[in-house]
Design a protein around this ligand. Structure first.
Ligand code: GLN
Length: 391
């Protein structure tokens, strides 16, 4: 039968995350592709959700979010950025950051506008830009001593009179780059010069190892032109709860809400109450998780390097982007897509081919993305399977 899918979605197919997790299941592979923990979130947050259900918090929430959660998000944001905000007017709770990205783009961008995004990009960014009818402009991030970074002149050249927004992600999935103050300043200056807004996806903000996370909203002149997007999932190992949020000026928040009210209207009420508990009482959990991930990162990096990958430690996120040319030439394949299929089906380890996050052909094709948000035993099993590459 002829495709029934609207033209705007045809170029995107099925997301690589669903595709690779399906393949991993089919081949009984250790799944280091889709980024989700293979362990459970903290009991005190799960208990808070159960309590909220029993307390009768089961009808639609206020569309922009339950006040106690908006308040907890505000306090955390103010502590981190020094910016004082009005929780009820400036925080919008969404169904995961993925909805926050969609609502932010649909709420602020007109057909014919241009939106700048860094490649490799998280796959939903490009699909959401397509939904707005805007034109994406890509700026490549390339390795510089192993650290993926953009070129300032290329970024400046991507801005024009038509630029409505730039979509950034720090800490960056898949490269692990945590943008420095100087890099954020470069972006901020261009936004101000071209009167563009910044949509900043900061879902890995708590998962930094060697560099401090900075919100671009805290840079001079940016508070009024930034929509800061984040979520509960990565910091509390509860990716399936899908609680996210957007923080912005009252005017930009009104734009986000204009879309959010017609996408989901509101987010699951008991999980919002539990998220408020997590953010208010969760600092000790998050600090422990960060140290657990630092250990997992170092262990996976060492294991991958022993197998023959060229690895640079990521500054943040729970991903390692590993250069595979030695491995792929040994196995007689060339691209990341070919290698990821071979590793999944023949060696039983699934990873993401990051070229699917790029518009420029070949960019990132020499890399594979491995997730380390897994138990030590899972990572050990993956490394032991990969070692079979060397006989
Ligand atoms: N953010 C997760 C990752 O990058 C995937 C989320 C999803 O499956 N849509 O792996």
């Amino acid at each position: 039968m002829q495709t029934q899918t609207a033209e705007r979605f045809r170029p995107f197919g099925t997301t690589i995350f669903a595709e690779m997790s399906r393949l991993a299941l089919e081949h009984n592979a250790v799944n280091l592709s889709q980024g989700f923990p293979d362990f459970d979130g903290p009991d005190f947050v799960k208990q808070a959700a159960v309590d909220a259900i029993h307390a009768g918090h089961n009808q639609y929430a206020r569309s922009p979010g339950v006040p106690s959660l908006a308040d907890a998000i505000k306090k955390r944001f103010t502590e981190r950025t020094g910016l004082d905000i009005d929780a009820l007017a400036q925080v919008t709770v969404t169904s995961g950051c993925t909805e926050a990205i969609a609502a932010a783009l649909l709420g602020t961008v007109n057909p014919g506008d241009e939106v700048i995004l860094f490649e490799p990009y998280y796959d939903s960014y490009r699909a959401c830009i397509a939904m707005t009818g805007a034109t994406p402009r890509f700026v490549s991030m390339k390795p510089n001593n192993g650290r993926f970074i953009f070129d300032e002149a290329n970024l400046a050249a991507a801005f024009s009179d038509k630029t409505r927004a730039i979509l950034l992600n720090t800490p960056h999935n898949p490269s692990g780059t945590v943008l420095t103050r100087a890099e954020l300043q470069t972006i901020a200056k261009l936004c101000t010069k071209h009167d563009a807004i910044a949509l900043s996806d900061e879902v890995y903000e708590d998962l930094t190892y060697d560099r401090e996370h900075i919100s671009i909203a805290s840079m001079p002149g940016m508070a009024e032109r930034t929509i800061t997007l984040s979520s509960l999932g990565k910091s509390f190992s509860l990716t399936g709860w899908k609680v996210g949020w957007a923080i912005a000026s009252p005017e930009l928040s009104a734009a986000v809400r204009s879309a959010h009210q017609f996408i989901t209207f509101s987010t699951a009420t008991p999980f919002q109450h539990a998220a408020a508990t997590a953010l208010t009482e969760g600092n000790a959990y998050v600090s422990k998780l960060r140290e657990q991930y630092r250990t997992a990162r170092d262990m996976l990096a060492e294991g991958l390097a022993d197998v023959g990958f060229d690895v640079t430690l990521p500054e943040g996120t729970y991903f390692i982007l590993a250069e595979h040319s030695k491995i792929s030439s040994r196995l007689g394949v060339s691209t990341d897509v070919e290698l990821s299929l071979k590793l999944t089906s023949e060696f039983g380890v699934a990873a993401i081919p990051p070229s699917v996050f790029c518009a420029t052909p070949g960019l990132c094709a020499d890399y594979l993305r491995f997730a380390f948000c897994k138990q030590q035993s899972t990572l050990e099993e993956a490394i032991s399977r990969l070692n079979k590459i060397n006989g």
